[in-house]
Design a protein around this ligand. Structure first.
Ligand code: MG
Length: 158
């Protein structure tokens, strides 16, 4: 068994779509980034890379590479899991928390878990997505950004 954790944060700005867990969420602002800036999936990628001993998302998918400009992060998660599988590991479960003052994430939990499970050859029961505000404190509380943390457990299946 191997465990990994990931953390990411992106700035919230006007004029961008908000995509979290591969779900387009109606909101007045979106996350700024080289890809679609899906902070939840980036945290998951980093947790997977960490558990498999494969480094981190910045090294694997550099934001200086035009190949990743505007890319859907579900594709990055797909490639990440291909690398993890290449090391002989399979996902046991994932647990993640989104830190956002707004919008409410609750209505989208289920679809996020389904999207993630589909990419990770898993089931929504093994992909737990939580959300919390920061009670109005700090950059997240001010609505300047959204953060996410993720933990995954892998098992060696070879
Ligand atoms: Mg990121």
């Amino acid at each position: 068994m191997r465990i990994g954790m990931g953390y990411d944060v992106h700035r919230l700005v006007k004029g961008r779509d908000l995509v979290l867990g591969g779900v387009a969420i109606p909101y007045e602002k979106g996350l700024l980034g080289h890809s679609d800036a899906d902070v939840l999936l980036h945290a998951l990628c980093d947790a997977l890379f960490g558990a498999a001993g494969l480094g981190d998302i910045g090294r694997r998918f550099p934001d200086t590479d035009p190949a990743y400009k505007g890319i859907e992060s579900l594709k990055l998660l797909t490639r990440t899991y291909e690398m993890v599988r290449g090391r002989g590991f399979t996902l046991v479960n994932a647990d993640a928390t989104v830190f956002a003052q707004e919008p409410k994430i609750g209505p989208y939990h289920r679809q996020m878990a389904q999207n993630i499970a589909a990419v990770l050859d898993s089931t929504p029961e093994c992909i737990n997505i939580k959300a919390t505000t920061t009670e109005g404190l700090g950059m997240i509380g001010a609505g300047d950004g959204i953060a996410a943390m993720a933990v995954v457990l892998l098992e060696n299946t070879i």
